[in-house]
Design a protein around this ligand. Structure first.
Ligand code: KG4
Ligand code: ZN
Length: 337
């Protein structure tokens, strides 16, 4: 992080952070005050351009981001009703992500910070997904997430389980040893010819049935907090190749069985981690946290164990810059004291 100090609005002690996020196909900008109040949250996506390829094409993503970034930042400022002068710092996703895409966001943010003589704050995208929970619940103090907590990040590129003591202390307990959960959803949707991105498609089609006579099993990865999803993806592929010409074959049943097993593994590991670390708060984030079955099942299971589970609002589950500006505020405060 740059050590340039921001000139705080000393009258009201408010810190307005402009967040910029360009780690994958989205180009996003947001203005957040003091890490909690979202003044604006603008997201542009190039998803349509990638659909025909069944996945994100990095070259297309970064070209579109170059095209969009100026307008998206302008819109975020306009919506926030703040001028650039009133922005105290700029936070940007610096890792992880597609290298060309990250370069667009970080170069833009660095140039703006230099021109305005404001601090530039680097933010980790994965940790920011968890931070999204602290934005969503800001209005109701009773339902506010508290630390320490166990946190699960389930996105297109990551499946990580953390113990979080504070925003600067994320202890990695386990992660996927092969495919990420979202990646498995996307690959299974491709096998079933359901389009891209696969997560929402599987979520939708699996709701058409209440049960399935097919069973898939994720490797349990016993005695660890690691995950594995490549085996189940291969099992779905073989099942599909063997059965898809049969009259009784139903994609919805395959999707249901796949989703059920993935969700079961995610839920089991979260509950085990809460128990082992004696934690009564569970935070979930990342694109897969939008999954209905995961939300329902985790809500039910945690209630029985007196654990409070938090999910970001749907808008904050997907990649966005409000979570970057929010965590950026804490990163800045921590480093500058
Ligand atoms: O966090 P995210 O927006 O981008 C990354 O940082 O990767 O996550 C994208 C992933 C994709 O794999 C997508 O299929 C998955 O999240 N996803 C879902 C759902 N909505 C998005 N997976 C399951 N159910 C959903 N409803
Ligand atoms: Zn993400």
């Amino acid at each position: 992080m740059e050590c340039r100090r921001y000139s705080e609005n000393s009258k009201n002690n408010l810190m307005n952070v402009l967040g910029i996020e360009t780690s994958c196909d989205e180009t996003a900008a947001a203005v957040v005050t003091n890490g909690t109040t979202i003044l604006s949250n603008i997201v542009a996506t190039s998803l349509k351009e990638h659909e025909q390829f069944g996945g994100i094409i990095p070259e297309i993503a970064s070209r579109k981001q170059l095209e969009y970034i100026h307008t998206v930042v302008e819109k975020a400022l306009l919506k926030s009703k703040l001028s650039l002068k009133q922005i105290n710092a700029i936070a940007v996703t610096s890792t992880p992500g597609l290298i060309g895409s990250l370069l667009v966001g970080t170069s833009f943010a660095r140039s703006l910070a230099t021109a305005l003589n404001k601090p530039l704050i680097h933010v980790d995208h994965i940790k920011a997904h968890i931070y999204a929970n602290f934005l969503s619940h800001k209005n109701d103090p009773k339902s506010k997430a508290k630390l320490p907590a166990i946190a699960l990040v389930v996105s297109g590129g990551h499946t990580n389980l953390y113990l979080i003591k504070n925003f600067q202390h994320f202890q990695l307990l386990g992660k996927t040893i092969d495919d990420a959960a979202g990646e498995a959803f996307d690959k299974v949707a491709k096998i079933l010819n359901l389009g891209y991105p696969g997560g929402p498609a599987i979520d939708k089609i699996s709701k058409q049935v209440k049960s399935s006579n097919i069973t898939f099993t994720c490797a349990p990865m016993k005695n660890t907090f690691n995950f594995s999803f490549s085996g189940i993806k291969t099992a779905v592929l073989y099942h599909h190749q063997k059965n898809n010409h049969a009259k009784s074959y139903k994609k919805s049943q395959v999707a249901y069985a796949f989703e059920k097993s993935v969700v079961q593994l995610l839920v089991n590991k979260c509950l085990e981690a809460c128990q082992k670390h004696n934690t009564k708060t569970l935070l979930v984030g990342g694109g897969v946290s939008a999954n209905s079955r995961l939300r329902n099942f985790l809500t039910k299971e945690t209630a029985q164990k007196n654990i409070k589970v938090f999910f970001p609002s749907m808008k904050l589950c997907i990649d966005n810059a409000a979570m970057i500006a929010g965590l950026g505020f804490h990163n800045y405060k921590h480093k500058s004291h």
